[in-house]
Ligand binder design. Structure first.
Ligand SMILES: CC(C)(COP(=O)(O)OP(=O)(O)OC[C@H]1O[C@@H](n2cnc3c(N)ncnc32)[C@H](O)[C@@H]1OP(=O)(O)O)[C@@H](O)C(=O)NCCC(=O)NCCS
Length: 167
């Protein structure tokens, strides 16, 4: 199940986060999100164990997927896609019409999920990430309109790499 994150979840969220990223967010950063209105902060829990989390924040009618992570031992079971879908539907319900996110161009596992959901590349931020230094690819999804947020067609996208290295 996917549910709102609570204070008592934070140690486990930090564990999943540390297993997922080279520069993980701290417990303190996650804690600061809990009271915020315009933040969708959710955990995915299976049989009482948190296996993933997602964060989307909203500014006006714009949303940003700020964090999405699944524990390495729980990947490739659809949890990441479910978390993403959940964040997007909450965003849409809150009036968000376009969603952005940053992703490492080398993070093809994540990029595939985003592309399948309809995100498209709209820009690049030079040397945006640390450990290791890497550009960020900026992806965008429009939620407005009757079918605007339907899953994307499977046509190849010339802007994105097609091989499958690790994160
Ligand atoms: C990106 C991330 C969240 C994806 O999580 P995930 O739970 O593995 O995602 P999913 O299971 O939805 O999809 C991943 C793959 O598993 C496949 N999959 C889903 N359900 C499956 C199942 N039941 N059996 C086999 N494969 C399955 C999906 O088709 C997808 O494969 P494909 O991309 O080759 O088509 C995860 O890899 C992660 O935490 N990475 C580190 C943090 C990170 O990079 N976050 C994003 C930053 S922008």
């Amino acid at each position: 199940m996917i549910r709102p994150a609570r204070a008592e979840d934070l140690p486990r969220i930090a564990e999943v986060e540390a297993a997922a990223f080279s520069t993980p967010w701290s417990v303190h950063s996650f804690r600061a999100l809990l009271p915020l209105d315009r933040v969708v902060f959710r955990v995915l829990e299976v049989e009482g164990v948190i296996l993933g989390h997602g964060v989307l924040w909203q500014v006006g009618d714009e949303g940003e997927v700020a964090n999405i992570a699944v524990h390495p031992l729980a990947r490739r079971r659809g949890f990441g896609s479910r978390l993403l879908e959940h964040l997007l539907s909450e965003a849409r319900a809150a009036g968000v019409t376009r969603v952005f996110l940053d992703v490492r161009p080398s993070n093809l596992d994540a990029i595939r999920i985003y592309r399948r959901r309809g995100f498209r590349p709209v820009g690049r931020r030079t040397d945006y990430y640390r450990d290791p230094v890497e550009d960020a690819l900026v992806l965008r999804l429009d939620l407005e309109g009757p079918d605007a947020d339907a899953p994307a067609p499977t046509d190849p996208d010339p802007h994105l790499p097609s091989s499958n290295p690790p994160i």
